[in-house]
Design a protein around this ligand. Structure first.
Ligand code: AMP
Length: 419
């Protein structure tokens, strides 16, 4: 999996980078513009199997990067094997919201390609139905649909799926829970037998296994169980405005006792900027990201391991695999992309017999992302009071996928006791 990866000492520093897949250049541009650099675990497993032409059954929850795991190889294969006037791929999802979300995700990733796509779901006006009909008759590379609306079109006898290469069932367990079993069977009956089928489901009850036996051929099975962080890590989150993060990190570094601390930022630009700003304020920090020369990285890692570098600011390049038992403080200066990254990042502390603290700073725009991580973890993370001198903080009011607000109402802040 880690084909071109180089190991620094015993550390596995490099998850698979997208540039290592032989993707179409336009697709790589879309990946870059979406801010993705390395593949998530589900993507590492699923993408090569899809590119190799295999059917897939994957248990992966929302937040693991599963959507891009099927969209990317699918876009790549459709670009390499484009057939005009045909529907290339059909993605069936349980809800309109998910159809819209996937379709927007798809537009972002395929922006620099000539992939055509449409979302087909109920509840909109007559003109949408006409456009959907046109796409189903004349062809569209990728169609994202809800089962009910698709059946409405199939019943009118003009749906042409002869050139279909891919069928995706996303959130299959939810579709069966919602009673779409027969609709799915009717849709699959209208599709060619020769196709690649990809089934994604958060859970794998018996009824999903039965469905899989009917529609998949010799599938590759992928199981991405989200790992749980060790109980002994004390996890806290600070809900702040973006501009409060810098004074807060300074506060934390001056008031929290630690031997070595690791601060994560999601982008290398942010790592560089934070390192510069903290150095200007006389904090003893170093930075670690992929723009550094190999020898510089080794120096810095040596310094960090020996304790000479007390604080390291890094991208997710360091979120996996490194095992340094003096790290007793991890700060997520921004919210990680997904639950898996969160678990890996905070798992850098409390190694072996040691204890550890993990703080996450949640900016205004990161609340939804953090709430998704909490859902994946199956519990909410304690929201710690922000020091009063930093001023008022925003309320924690993330919108969950169902559109509900999970707010805790307005918050007051107060000065915590020094430890
Ligand atoms: P999903 O599990 O498909 O709902 O994706 C969860 C979130 O992760 C979405 O906001 C995606 O845009 C984001 N995402 C997916 N793949 C990557 C990646 N390789 N790097 C960074 N973010 C990603």
């Amino acid at each position: 999996m880690y084909g071109k990866a180089t190991n620094l000492f015993q550390f596995k520093l490099y998850p698979l980078r997208f540039t290592e897949f032989d993707f179409h250049p336009g697709l790589l541009e879309g990946i870059d513009a979406s801010g993705y650099e390395t593949a998530t675990p589900v993507q590492e497993q699923v993408i090569p199997a899809i590119l190799a032409g295999r059917d897939i059954i994957a248990s992966a929850q929302t937040g693991t990067g599963k959507t891009a795991a099927f969209l990317l190889p699918m876009i790549h294969r459709i670009l390499s094997n484009h057939t005009d006037g045909q529907v290339g791929s059909l993605i069936i999802v349980p809800t309109r919201e998910l159809a819209i979300q996937i379709s927007q995700h798809l537009e972002g990733l395929s922006y620099f390609t000539n992939i055509s796509s449409i979302a087909i779901y109920g509840g909109n006006d007559g003109q949408s139905f006409v456009n959907e009909k046109k796409a189903l008759q004349m062809g569209a590379d990728i169609i994202v649909c809800t089962p009910g609306r698709m059946i409405a079109h199939i019943n009118m006898n003009y749906v042409n799926m002869k050139g279909l290469q891919f069928l995706v069932l996303d959130e299959a367990d939810r579709m069966l829970d919602m009673g779409f079993q027969e609709d799915i069977a009717r849709i699959t009956d209208a599709l060619p037998q020769e196709r690649q089928t990809l089934l994604f489901s958060a859970t794998m009850p018996d009824k999903i296994r039965q469905l899989a036996r009917k529609i998949l051929k010799n599938p590759v099975e992928v199981n991405i169980a989200i790992s749980k962080p060790p109980e002994k890590i004390v996890q806290k989150a600070f809900v702040v405005f973006e501009e409060q993060k810098l004074p807060l990190v300074k506060q934390v570094l001056t008031t929290t006792p630690y031997r070595t601390a690791l601060i994560f930022c999601s982008r290398k630009q942010n790592v560089k900027q934070l390192a510069r700003t903290l150095q200007q304020s006389k904090f003893d920090v170093q930075e670690m990201h992929s723009d550094l020369e190999q020898s510089q990285r080794e120096d810095i890692m040596n310094g960090f391991t020996s304790g000479r570098v007390p604080v390291l600011i890094a991208t997710d390049i360091l979120s996996r695999g490194i095992d340094i038992d003096t790290i007793d403080l991890v700060i997520n200066y921004d919210v990680p992309h997904d639950g898996e990254d969160y678990v890996h990042r905070i798992g850098r502390t409390a190694r072996a017999e040691a204890d550890g603290v993990a703080y996450t700073f949640i900016g205004e725009k990161e609340q939804n992302k953090f709430a998704e991580i909490e859902t994946l973890l199956g519990k909410s993370v304690d929201k710690a009071p922000v020091p009063a001198e930093l001023g008022p903080v925003p309320p924690y009011q993330p919108r969950t996928r169902g559109g509900r607000s999970g707010g805790n109402g307005p918050r007051r802040n107060f000065t915590p006791k020094r430890r």
